[in-house]
Design a protein around this ligand. Structure first.
Ligand SMILES: *[C@@H]1O[C@H](CO)[C@@H](O)[C@H](O)[C@H]1NC(C)=O
Ligand SMILES: *[C@@H]1O[C@H](CO)[C@@H](O)[C@H](O)[C@H]1NC(C)=O
Length: 203
């Protein structure tokens, strides 16, 4: 009878342990925001019809056998707005998420003609992959959840109103917004843990 009680205690301890681990390693997340590109005229053009994708991030050792997992895709509307949500479970650690942007290069698109971003222009002018010769795609990523301080306790359930931008760099100066003459080539986002430009080291 005593053995039975010890067994029961062990089983319930195991259950308690595994359920707390599951809680620690499964995460729900929501991202929303807008995507814009600045033109030569400093005007901010909403990037319409762009695929914004939410991925679960696998970096370092993990990425040897585990690719980034696609969780959600959203095609931006006329205002460049996107909404993404996902859930992911990782066995070894709490998952982190990133967003990727895929732009189908289109010379007839008004915002793409106005957009003043060197990296986007470069990717769209490079020769298309042979098997996809009928269209070109420019790809960018942003590690919204990368915290430069290394504090992973900052992860949020929801990242609202991310401002993701291409082209001219916007800076806050004494409470006013100024547009600097230099730019970050490629995607930058504010409102996440990683502000401004924050791409994957390997990409
Ligand atoms: C993001 O979601 C919040 C809360 O649901 C909402 O208030 C906000 O307008 C949304 N923003 C965008 C850009 O969709
Ligand atoms: C885009 O923004 C305008 C102005 O705020 C709004 O009237 C319109 O409904 C928005 N479009 C979409 C698809 O949400």
């Amino acid at each position: 009878k005593g053995e039975y009680h010890v067994m029961l205690l062990l089983v319930s301890l195991l259950l308690l342990l595994s359920s707390s681990l599951v809680e620690a390693r499964g995460r729900n997340v929501e991202f929303n925001g807008t995507l814009h590109c600045y033109g030569d005229d400093y005007k901010r053009y909403p990037m319409t019809g762009v695929h914004v994708a939410l991925f679960e991030e696998d970096r370092g050792f993990d990425s040897w056998w585990d690719e980034h997992d696609l969780l959600d895709v959203y095609v931006t509307d006329e205002n460049g707005t996107f909404n993404l949500e996902g859930y992911h479970y990782e066995f070894w650690h709490s998952p982190t998420f990133l967003i990727k942007v895929e732009i189908e290069c289109d010379e007839t698109s008004e915002w793409q003609r106005a957009c003043n971003d060197v990296e986007l222009k470069k990717q769209c002018s490079e020769s298309a992959m042979p098997e996809l010769s009928h269209y070109k795609v420019a790809k960018f990523s942003h590690l919204v959840e990368y915290d430069p301080s290394g504090n992973n306790d900052n992860y949020r359930m929801r990242y609202e109103q991310l401002e993701c931008e291409f082209g001219w760099r916007k800076v806050y100066h004494g409470g006013n917004i100024e547009y600097k003459q230099d730019y970050y080539p490629g995607l930058s986002c504010t409102g996440g843990l990683c502000d401004l430009r924050c791409t994957l080291p390997s990409e």
